[in-house]
Design a protein around this ligand. Structure first.
Ligand code: GLN
Length: 530
C-alpha cells in the first residue's frame, strides 16, 4: 500500500502561498499604492470594529487586508499548520472584486471584505475539500455549501482551507491525515479539535474569522484552548447543505472569531432557512451584529454543579469563577442548577455519533465516493475493503466499527435506542434549568491545551476533553466559548455560555457584557506578534 506522504502534500500547498513575501506584503504590490510593510503588523491585529471601519471608509482596501493576512499565513503557518490549502491568486481576485464594488458605490455585504478561513469540511466549488482525510484527497466539489454561498453573498474573502481531524472526529487535531495543527500559544501543544486549523488560524491572526463545525464541541473546545471566541448555533439555525456529514443530528456550522463582534457578524451572515436542508428551521434571523453591544439587565446565570466537579483543573476553575464574579459585579444573579444526566453525556454521544457516522461514511467505498485502491483484489468486496482500509485513518475506522455494532440486530435496543432515550433526558435537564435561569455558564474544557501525543494512545482520555461541550449538541442548544484567562504557563482558558434554542442573540449579548470588562480577547500568542 503506497500512500502519499503528508509532507509532500504540505510542500505543495506551501508553494501556493510562496509568492507572498515574509514581511507580509506581496512582492508585487497588488494595491499599487506602495504601502510600507509595517501596515501588515497593525492590520492583522486590529479589532473588528476598527478593521471594518477602515474598510468601509476606504482608508484601507480589501486587497491590502487580504494581503496582510496572506503574509501572516506565509510567515507563521510553517510552524502552526493551520491551513491545508491557500490559493493566493484566488484570494486576491476575490478581494479586488470587492474593492471594485466599493469603488463603484455599490452596496457591500455584511462581511465587507473580511477574510474568512474555512474548515476543510465545507464543500467549496473548485477548491479541494479533503475533510482531513486521504479518502477525499482528490475531491474538488462542483458546488458550494450553503454557508459558503452566504459568505460570498456577504462579500467575504475565502482565504484558505483549514486543517481538521479526519471527518471531524477528534479533539486535538492530531487525527488529520495531513499532519497535526499546533497551538499558536505553545507549538508543542494541541490547539483542540476537530476545528483545529480554524481556531489556530484565528488565534495566530492568520485570519480574523473562520468557519468550523461542532458535533460535540469542535468549535467551542478549540476556541477555548486557543483563546478566541467560538460559537455553536442552535441545531437548525445554519443549513448543513454541503457540510460533509459526520453525525447529522448533532452537526452544526458556526463562527470562530477574534472577538464577539466578529462572531456576531459571521453568524448573521450564515444563518437562515434553506430548503435544501430539511432540518433547517424557518426562524427569523435577528441582526446579531446590531444587538450584541446591548447588555442584558437582570441576567440570571445558572452554574451547573456537575461542571465544577472532580476532574476540573484548579486554575481553570479559578478563572471561570472569576468570570462569574465579573457578571455579578455587572448585576447578574448566580444560581446553582443541576444537570443530573450530564454524567451520561459522553457515553450517549459516542453511541449516537458513531451510529450516525457509520451510516454517513458508508458511501466512501471507492465506487460511489472517495479513494479507490489500486489493490482492487479479486472481488468487489475486496476492492471496497482495500479502498476503505487505505482511505480511512484509525480513529475513523474505530468509530465506524463502534457505530455498526451499536446499530446491529440484537444490540440496537440495548445501545442505540437506549442512547436516544438518555439524550431526551439530557435535553429535559436543560429545559428544567432554563425555567430558572437565562443562560448557563461554566468551563469549556476540564484542562488547558495538552501536549501533542499525550492522549493519542488513550481514546477515552481524549473523549473526556469534550465533557462540558457535548451535552449542548445532544440537546440541540446554542453555546459560545469566550476567552476568560490564562494559566500560569500562559495557556488560554475558556468560559462557556449556553442558552435555550434560538437564543443566540442573548448568548452574544451576555458574552459581550463580559468581554467589554476584560482584555483576554486582546491577548495574542507570542508567535502572532508579527
Ligand atoms: N471531539 C468530539 C469527537 O471527537 C467532537 C467532534 C466534533 O464536534 N466534530 O467526536
Amino acid at each position: 500500500m503506497t500512500l502519499p506522504a503528508s509532507s509532500d502534500h504540505r510542500r505543495q500547498e506551501l508553494n501556493r502561498v510562496g509568492q507572498v513575501d515574509v514581511s507580509g506584503t506581496a512582492k508585487t504590490d497588488p494595491t499599487g499604492q506602495g504601502k510600507d510593510k509595517f501596515v501588515t503588523a497593525s492590520l492583522t491585529t486590529l479589532t473588528f470594529a476598527e478593521l471594518l471601519k477602515r474598510l468601509n471608509s476606504r482608508d484601507i482596501s480589501t486587497v491590502e487586508v487580504t494581503d496582510a493576512y496572506l503574509g501572516a499565513i506565509h510567515k507563521l503557518d510553517e510552524r502552526v499548520h493551520a491551513f491545508l490549502h491557500v490559493d493566493r491568486d484566488d484570494a486576491i481576485r476575490q478581494a479586488e472584486a470587492i474593492d471594485q464594488k466599493r469603488a463603484s458605490g455599490q452596496p457591500v455585504g455584511l462581511l465587507g471584505g473580511l477574510p474568512v478561513a474555512v474548515k476543510d469540511v465545507l464543500c467549496t466549488q473548485g477548491q479541494p475539500t479533503t475533510c482531513g482525510s486521504l479518502m477525499l484527497k482528490k475531491y474538488v466539489p462542483p458546488y458550494d455549501a450553503h454557508a459558503i454561498t452566504r459568505l460570498r453573498q456577504a462579500d467575504a474573502v475565502l482565504i484558505g482551507r483549514t486543517n481538521m481531524d479526519e471527518f471531524a472526529m477528534g479533539s486535538s487535531g492530531e487525527n488529520s491525515a495531513y499532519g497535526p495543527t499546533r497551538n499558536p500559544w505553545d507549538t508543542d501543544r494541541i490547539p483542540g479539535g476537530s476545528s483545529s486549523g480554524s481556531a489556530a488560524a484565528v488565534a495566530a491572526r492568520m485570519s480574523p474569522l473562520a468557519l468550523g463545525s461542532d458535533t460535540g464541541g469542535s468549535i467551542r473546545q478549540p476556541a477555548g484552548l486557543c483563546g478566541i471566541v467560538g460559537m455553536k448555533p442552535t441545531y437548525g439555525r445554519v443549513s448543513r447543505y454541503g457540510l460533509v456529514a459526520y453525525a447529522s443530528s448533532l452537526d452544526q456550522i458556526g463562527p470562530l472569531a477574534t472577538d464577539v463582534h466578529g462572531a456576531a457578524l459571521l453568524l448573521e451572515a450564515i444563518s437562515g432557512h434553506d430548503a435544501r436542508d430539511s432540518t433547517s428551521v424557518r426562524q427569523p434571523v435577528p441582526a446579531f451584529s446590531q444587538s450584541f453591544e446591548q447588555p442584558l439587565a437582570g441576567l440570571r446565570i445558572g452554574v451547573p454543579v456537575e461542571h465544577f466537579a472532580e476532574g476540573l483543573d484548579a486554575e481553570i476553575e479559578k478563572s471561570v469563577r472569576n468570570a462569574l464574579a465579573v457578571y455579578q459585579s455587572l448585576g447578574a444573579e448566580l444560581k446553582d442548577v443541576r444537570l443530573p444526566h450530564s454524567k451520561y453525556a459522553i457515553a450517549t454521544y459516542y453511541l449516537v455519533a458513531t451510529s450516525e457516522a457509520s451510516s454517513n461514511l458508508a458511501r466512501y467505498d471507492g465506487v460511489h465516493y472517495g479513494h479507490r485502491s489500486e489493490q482492487s483484489g479479486n472481488s468487489l468486496v475486496e476492492m471496497y475493503e482495500a479502498s476503505r482500509g487505505e482511505g480511512f485513518g484509525a480513529e475513523v475506522k474505530r468509530r465506524i466499527m463502534l457505530g455498526v455494532f451499536s446499530l446491529s440486530t440484537g444490540y440496537a435496543d440495548k445501545f442505540y435506542t437506549k442512547a436516544l432515550q438518555v439524550r431526551r433526558l439530557i435535553r429535559s435537564d436543560f429545559d428544567v434549568a432554563f425555567e430558572q435561569v437565562d443562560v448557563i455558564a461554566g468551563p469549556v474544557t476540564p484542562t488547558a491545551a495538552f501536549k501533542l501525543g499525550e492522549k493519542t494512545s488513550d481514546p477515552l482520555a481524549m473523549y473526556l476533553s469534550d465533557i462540558y461541550t457535548i451535552s449542548a449538541n445532544l440537546a440541540g442548544l446554542p453555546g459560545v466559548s469566550i476567552p476568560c484567562g490564562l494559566t500560569s504557563s500562559q495557556l488560554p482558558i475558556g468560559l462557556q455560555l449556553l442558552a435555550p434554542p434560538f437564543e443566540e442573540d442573548r448568548l452574544l449579548r451576555a458574552a459581550r457584557m463580559y468581554e467589554r470588562e476584560t482584555d483576554w480577547h486582546r491577548r495574542l500568542p507570542p508567535l502572532a506578534g508579527h
